[in-house]
Design a protein around this ligand. Structure first.
Ligand code: APR
Length: 242
């Protein structure tokens, strides 16, 4: 059994956001130099924007996919993989991030509720497949060979995130909920802390600063995820008895 500050912990849910990948060199969305500082999300990250100007949307995601190939996971990603390796099914990792740094950092179970940069979806045949390094409206679907149907496999504003039933079930059953590097600006993820807390979980925020939902957290590890998450994981694993 694992104890955190005298509380027995059997099930842990970890939610991550863009802040965990910041130290790897990937921009967040809403920080000073964030992606949404330089792009209007309504021109980039909605189905309407894609219908209106697919070339603009493809350029944005092709550039992010190329940048992803240049960066590496950091110690925060690895700390979570270490916790998962130690506790197995006792940890459920859900991320809003579309990068693959959790997987490259050693995590075997990662729930991508907002989709993945490394996946593409064909609107003609409905197939999800490994994304080409770059693609656009002229690219043929490798499966159905139709043109003009490929889109980034990303959950855009106004679309339903993936795996919500599974995530909700884990939130209602967990003893500990940890949010890492997320601003609490976007729902439904920003509401997870309330679901977990109202089900009796202890809640922890790891962030460089207080998020928009900071008030729902029992404990705060304030600082960079690369510093704070290793400390939290050490504290959790030190709390293991038997
Ligand atoms: N360590 C810890 N936290 C950090 C760090 C760091 N090195 N750098 C930034 N942060 C924190 C910021 O303080 C902020 O609270 O990470 C958070 C990043 O917030 P956002 O940019 O809003 O990213 P996120 O919360 O993941 O966005 C949620 O919004 O745009 C949509 O779909 C997109 O998944 C995304 C969702």
């Amino acid at each position: 059994m694992l104890y955190y500050r005298q509380r027995a912990i059997d099930q842990i849910v970890i939610l991550t956001g863009a802040g965990i990948s910041a130290a790897s060199g990937l921009s967040t969305f809403r920080d000073a130099d964030g992606l949404w500082e330089n792009h209007d999300p309504m021109d980039i990250a909605t189905p309407e924007a894609f219908a209106r100007d697919p070339a603009l949307v493809h350029r944005f995601y092709n550039a992010r996919r190329q940048q992803l190939a240049q960066v590496q996971p950091n110690t925060a990603h690895r700390a979570l993989a270490r916790l998962q390796a130690a506790l197995g099914d006792g940890v459920y990792l859900v991320t809003q991030n579309v990068d693959d740094l959790h997987e490259r950092g050693g995590s075997e179970q990662v729930c991508h509720m907002h989709g993945e940069l490394r996946s593409m979806l064909c609107l003609h045949c409905g197939q999800r497949q490994v994304a080409l390094a770059t693609f656009d409206s002229a690219t043929e679907c490798p499966r159905c060979e139709a043109r003009g149907g490929l889109r980034p496999d990303i959950v855009w504003f106004g679309e339903m995130p993936h795996y919500m039933d599974t995530i909700e079930a884990h939130l209602r059953a967990c003893d500990l909920f940890v949010a890492v590097g997320t601003s609490g600006a976007v729902y439904p993820a920003a509401g997870f802390v309330q679901v977990a807390r109202s089900a009796g979980a202890t809640t922890i925020e790891v962030n460089r600063e207080e998020s928009d939902v900071a008030g729902y957290f029992h404990h705060h590890y304030t600082g960079c995820a690369t510093d704070q998450l290793g400390l939290l994981v050490d504290e959790l694993l030190a709390g293991r008895v038997g």
